[in-house]
Design a protein around this ligand. Structure first.
Ligand code: SAM
Length: 301
């Protein structure tokens, strides 16, 4: 059994017996409420870490290191790794499994509560910053939104998510998987599905397969709606009532007369019965700017 490991050699943290022994010694069990499905196929953390950033001189923020299998691979490749783990019980394990790496900092906290700009300011020292994680599935979208809306200029966000979620993150306008999250992700960057991961690669095995997605974020904002709140609301309203036409979905939500709203929709080049799922992110920006101008005109009359 590869534990204890030979000096200078990393422990095999994808080995089921090693994981069980580490957790047993620490007196903890898997926590379903924290979405703990640990990787047990060593090729996967290695492949995810390869994809995490372009330059070795990068700060990688990892969310949910678990027992540290992906953290070790990141620490071998990148200058600095900061890993945020919510489960206090895993901290003594991480102290042990990451002890040979002097470029890793583990923080026991909830990523939803961490002050991300302050954390990056403290550790990045001018380096580009990327995020890499095998995300807990119960909170995938809130975590992604928090990262993207944090104001931190992440270069890339490379994450393992449920396969169906991966399809939604990467979907183009008009496709079956396209939804509010696809449009919002496209606002911040370009999402690409890298590879699929079979459910058998995890312990405990989840009910569905996963996939790794990389979102390459725009250095400078590619889209600049005049009113970001209105733009985001339009996306939300358009997909809340997916089966309605865009006109019917928006009619009840905006204080705009029906004809003006229809004209705004038609100005995009679609018929007035178009559904929201046909609109790309640039269409939503154009629509939001047009509606913003119309609302402004209304307020002056
Ligand atoms: N990285 C490990 C791996 O690939 O085997 C574990 C991945 S597991 C799917 C998700 C990890 O995220 C768990 O370690 C869990 O405790 C942690 N986690 C869950 N919610 C979290 C949160 N809000 N903030 C930080 N870590 C969280």
């Amino acid at each position: 059994m590869p534990w204890p490991c030979d000096k200078g050699e990393s422990m095999d943290l994808c080995n089921i017996s090693v994981i069980r022994e580490l957790m047993g010694d620490a007196g903890i069990t898997f926590r379903k409420d924290f979405g703990q499905n640990f990787l047990i196929n060593p090729k996967i953390p290695s492949d995810i870490a390869d994809a995490a950033a372009h330059s070795p001189d990068t700060l990688v923020l990892e969310i949910g290191p678990g027992v540290g299998c992906l953290t070790q691979e990141l620490a071998k490749r990148y200058k600095r790794v900061v890993a945020v783990e919510i489960d206090k019980g895993l901290i003594p394990i991480l102290d042990k499994t990451l002890s040979e790496f002097d470029n890793v900092t583990v923080i026991n906290d909830d990523i939803m509560k961490v002050d991300l700009p302050a954390l990056v300011e403290k550790y990045a020292c001018g380096m580009p910053v990327s995020v890499c994680a095998n995300l807990p599935y119960y909170i995938t979208t809130p975590i992604l939104m928090r990262l993207l809306e944090s104001g931190v200029r992440f270069e890339a966000v490379t994450v393992m998510v449920q396969n169906e979620v991966a399809s939604r993150l990467c979907a183009s306008a008009g496709s079956d998987d396209y939804g509010a999250i696809s449009a919002v992700i496209a606002y911040f960057g370009e999402a690409k599905r890298l590879f699929r991961v079979n459910r058998g690669c995890f312990m405990p095995a989840p009910k569905v397969d996963s996939a790794v997605v990389r979102i390459s974020l725009y250095r400078e904002p590619k889209y600049t709606p005049r009113d970001e709140r209105l733009f985001r609301n339009l996306i939300k309203f358009a997909f809340e009532m997916r089966r309605k036409t865009l006109y019917n979905a928006l009619r009840a939500k905006l204080s705009l007369d029906n004809e003006t709203l229809k004209e705004a929709i038609v100005s995009l080049g679609y018929g007035e019965s178009v559904r929201g799922e046909r609109l790309s992110v640039s269409d939503f920006v154009a629509l939001s700017d047009r509606i913003y101008t119309d609302l402004e005109k209304n307020s002056k009359t």
